[in-house]
Write a protein that binds this ligand. Structure first.
Ligand code: SF4
Length: 479
């Protein structure tokens, strides 16, 4: 599996832009998601109210996190669930693998969980003696392809239908020879069915953790989480501590926001609340349940004033509406979480030193904040990370030189006007038919796209001209 690194962001972006069909494939999904979300919001007049309510629920739970974590643990233990605490991703991954080894597991089924990716569980299983089976259809596709996910809701969105046909023909024991989506889904079902039934351990993530009952909630469209959890004897949940809400009543507005923002659906097909191991009279279900509560940088975010980011319910709307994501896709970010939310999260989960370039990729158009169902001020958080990056001197010297020179110039209007007039003349030398394909010092831009020819005069010249003309007219009118 080839995994890009966040510190190679510019190289990753160049590679993504050089892929001829990538932008078209990404837009096919993100544009549809935009339309579906807009329709869902238009058909849900209480959307803004739900948004405010959702934000309040998250802010309240984050504020009293210690209280709700203790309540969740007490109630989960009462249900018979074994609770584990992990302060880092590595620790969480080790806890999961240790449980699997204690049970001498050979086969492990997993339903989609971005936290699993975050804590390196995929990699840990692939380096172990156990077989990892991804059961979400998109995760199944990328497992066969050996790809990391490129979107938090549609992890295989970078793969075309033709790619999926080829993969299924290569890897499925009884593949379909049709290219119809329903036949492809049936092919995946045939491949996965027996694996569900023979799995030793089922691992899931969690969309919400309910403090008052100690339950965890999963939301899926395929029912694969239920099949992952029910047949094996052991169920392990991995969940970030920010998934907590006080009760079911508090989870409901968030569920309504999540589905509409993610896929435009009013509700997902399967909303399941897991309440520990099966009881004596239950027909099925796991005999043993574990939950691993993961911090991995979350309390640090709280301490550093980034608590608003802990509201995130992982709907993916911010990336679907991001002009940068739509051009480069998820892999270019080099981290588990791409797009605007990833550009804020990765510096905390990894480090600002390696992931500061992503914070500069934002155009600050504000669309991500506009569509975020829990009102996360993503541009403000990104701006704050940029400021921290500047203070810590993470920017390359050339960038610092350019910004500092601009600051000197911007404070001196005459110098600014002189240099911008000369800049226009300089740019026109390289212009052909209204576009600049190459110009010294701008290769970072012109390598992948042309630069538009500037207007003949600067803004200040045009402004003065219009102002003078207005004054002349006013004088004439007065006379
Ligand atoms: S930041 Fe907001 S829009 Fe983006 S994934 Fe999180 S909740 Fe959704």
């Amino acid at each position: 599996m080839r995994v890009n690194k966040p510190e190679d962001f510019y190289k990753n972006v160049s590679e993504a832009l050089a892929q001829p069909d990538l932008k078209m494939i990404i837009r096919r999904t993100t544009d549809k998601a935009e339309t579906k979300r807009a329709e869902a919001v238009a058909n849900f007049p209480e959307f803004e109210n739900a948004r405010t309510q959702g934000q309040k629920v998250k802010d309240h739970t984050i504020k009293y996190m210690d209280h709700y974590l203790a309540e969740f643990e007490k109630n989960a233990l009462a249900q018979g669930t074994i609770v584990h605490w992990a302060s880092t991703g590595e620790e969480a991954s080790k806890i999961v693998l240790d449980i699997c080894r204690q049970h001498k597991a050979k086969k492990v089924t997993r339903s989609k969980s971005m936290l699993g990716e975050e804590i390196g569980l995929t990699h840990a299983f692939d380096n172990s003696e156990m077989e990892r089976i991804e059961t979400d259809l998109a995760e199944h596709i990328i497992q066969l392809a050996g790809d990391p996910p490129s979107h938090i809701v549609w992890p295989a969105m970078h793969r075309s239908r033709e790619d999926v046909v080829k993969l299924f023909r290569e890897f499925h024991a009884d593949p379909t020879y049709s290219e119809e989506i329903t036949d492809l889904v049936r092919s995946a079902r045939r491949d996965l069915r027996n694996k569900f039934l023979t799995s030793d351990i089922g691992i899931s993530g969690s969309n919400f953790l309910l403090a008052d009952s100690g339950s965890s909630c999963t939301v899926t469209n395929e029912g694969n989480a239920e099949l992952t959890i029910t047949p094996p004897k052991v169920h392990i949940v991995t969940a970030g501590i920010e998934k907590l809400v006080p009760s079911m009543a508090h989870a409901v507005p968030l569920l309504r926001l999540l589905t509409r923002s993610a896929t435009g659906a009013e509700i997902t097909q399967y909303n399941t609340f897991h309440n520990g191991p099966k009881r004596p009279n239950d027909a099925d279900g796991p005999e043993e349940c574990h939950i691993v509560l993961v911090d991995n940088g979350r309390t640090k975010m709280l301490a550093e004033g980034m608590e608003a980011m802990l509201r995130c319910i992982r709907c993916g709307a911010c990336m679907n509406h991001c002009v940068v994501y739509k051009h480069i896709g998820g892999h270019a970010y080099g981290s588990v979480y791409p797009g605007p939310m990833g550009s804020v999260l990765t510096p905390h989960l990894d480090s600002l030193e390696v992931a500061n370039k992503q914070t500069h990729a934002c155009t600050m158009n504000g669309r991500c904040e506009e569509v975020c169902p829990v009102n996360i001020p993503l541009p403000t958080l990104l701006r704050s990370l940029r400021a921290q990056s500047w203070d810590k001197k993470y920017e390359p010297l050339t960038n610092r030189f350019v910004v500092q020179s601009f600051a000197i110039m911007a404070k001196r209007p005459k110098l600014f006007q002189l240099l911008s007039s000369s800049g226009v003349i300089f740019m026109k030398v390289f212009s052909r038919k209204g576009w600049i394909k190459y110009m010294p010092f701008t290769s970072g831009w012109t390598r992948n796209r042309d630069l538009i020819e500037p207007e003949s005069t600067t803004f200040m010249h045009q402004y003065k001209k219009i102002k003078n003309e207005k004054m002349k007219k006013a004088k004439k009118g007065g006379a």
